[in-house]
Design a protein around this ligand. Structure first.
Ligand SMILES: Cc1cc2nc3c(=O)[nH]c(=O)nc-3n(C[C@H](O)[C@H](O)[C@H](O)COP(=O)(O)OP(=O)(O)OC[C@H]3O[C@@H](n4cnc5c(N)ncnc54)[C@H](O)[C@@H]3O)c2cc1C
Length: 394
């Protein structure tokens, strides 16, 4: 096997595998992906797979739309079960939060998002298992969807392989140095080298960047989800995000539901985190269900788990050429919503790497060139919100 490539990607989560696919489609030279585990072994296989355009930033909306189209297309022929358009409902019982939803609606519509504001009496038809008497309003996007993230990563890997990308799975991967104009990476005891190195290693990106001497402002954090089996649940209903409890729930197959909650505000180590859902999380779900979905509050627990996501200092991802580093690129920092943005973000980075477009223009607020100096350590902050600025509450 050749020991060199034009591009070497570290990480085969949804980001790295989608990037390999997009580079291969553009015939942008030879590509190797090195991954110490299996495809999607990181946060990708642990994600809820919610894809919604109810986001706080226009670039996010556009990139999510690109991902959404691509996921539908990728799944449609071989894995239709991995994509379902079920809509997304964000609701509140708090009049102050309703004002935020109303303002967000104006902004979202100006970005071409087909959302509408619903009163509580309309919600029962959409989610018959819910109890919405106290709700003051909800933002509804009927076009939003849910996907199976691990299936998508596997589809990207399969499509990239067909186009000549080489994948190295299940071997230790350690970047060494940039020497004689090439990045040297130890992959399973052999040295691979490439002109361009892309770090797309999710929560592991922070330590990999430190190890190659180009740290970036990233804080990994833990977040949790669970699959539950209620006595009765419809097979389809919109994903519901209750902004007051920060709990979301979506339909899962076989009459089950998948629920989760938000960002934990302490740094986590992706090598040493508690991978099982904890009692505090389950108690939080139970108490949120008691009010919102009383019929589901005594559901059987099928499984509960945690994964590690990556927060950035300003809640925008970090994508593109790392300042002052030779041919080093990143694709990370998705602040807990890298599934919905992964495909679109990877496609944009592939266009930049193949010289079709200039990074700053295409990568917008995610362009890593905005990080021009050291950033003080910061706690993880939620990215999956509507409100911009310094007060990301909803
Ligand atoms: C409970 C939970 C629910 C979520 N729900 C959603 C959701 O509904 N919608 C959404 O959009 N997002 C969601 N997310 C976030 C989403 O999972 C992540 O943003 C996304 O999966 C990040 O993808 P990634 O490819 O960047 O990272 P990962 O999937 O973490 O992939 C990184 C890969 O890098 C590999 N790696 C580690 N060390 C090295 C090394 N030395 N060299 C090379 N590779 C290495 C890892 O093994 C891993 O496979 C959720 C996350 C969690 C945990």
């Amino acid at each position: 096997m050749p020991d060199s490539a034009d591009v070497l990607i570290l990480g085969a989560g949804i980001a790295g595998s989608a990037l390999a696919y997009h580079l291969a489609r553009r015939s942008a030279g030879s590509v190797i992906v090195a991954e110490p585990r299996t495809p999607a072994a990181g946060a990708t296989s642990r994600a809820a797979g919610v894809v919604t355009e109810q986001l706080w930033d226009r670039w996010d909306v556009e990139v999510t739309r690109e991902s959404h189209r691509e996921y539908l297309e990728l799944c449609s022929t071989t894995h239709p079960e991995a994509y379902r358009q079920n809509g997304f409902l964000r609701l509140t019982r708090n009049p102050e939060a309703l004002e935020v939803l109303e303002a967000a609606l104006v902004r979202l519509r100006s970005w071409g998002v087909g959302a509408e504001l619903l009163s509580a009496d309309r919600l029962g038809d959409l989610v018959p298992d819910g109890s919405f008497g106290d709700v003051v309003g909800a933002l509804y996007g009927r076009g939003d969807a849910c996907v199976t993230p691990s299936t998508l990563a596997e589809l990207y890997v399969a499509e990239a392989r067909k186009r000549g990308v080489r994948f190295e799975f299940g071997v230790p991967v350690e970047p060494r140095a940039h020497r004689d104009g090439r990045w040297r990476v130890d992959v399973g005891g052999a040295e691979l080298n490439a002109c361009t190195l892309v770090i797309a290693a999710g929560a592991w990106s922070k330590s990999l960047l430190q190890r190659v001497g180009h740290p970036l402002p990233l804080t990994p954090y833990r977040t949790q989800a669970a699959v539950l089996r209620p006595e009765t649940a419809r097979s389809s209903f919109p994903t519901v995000h209750d902004v007051d409890s920060d709990v979301y729930v979506r339909p899962e197959d076989q009459g089950r539901i998948l629920a989760g909650d938000g960002t934990e505000d302490v740094e986590a180590d992706p090598e040493r985190f508690a991978g099982v859902g904890d009692q505090g999380f389950l108690a939080h779900l139970a108490s949120a269900f008691e009010t919102r979905f009383p019929g589901w509050s005594r559901s059987e627990l099928v499984s509960a788990w945690a994964g590690v996501c990556t927060s950035t200092h300003d809640r925008h991802p970090l994508i593109g050429a790392v300042p002052d580093a030779p041919d080093l690129h990143v694709l990370t920092g998705f602040n807990g919503f890298g599934v919905m943005r992964g495909g679109g973000a990877a496609s944009r980075l592939a266009r930049v790497l193949s010289g079709e477009a200039e990074g700053e223009a295409l990568l917008g607020p995610a362009w890593v060139g905005r990080v021009t100096g050291p950033v003080a350590p910061f706690p993880p902050r939620p990215g999956f919100t509507l409100e911009g600025g310094d007060h990301p509450r909803f």
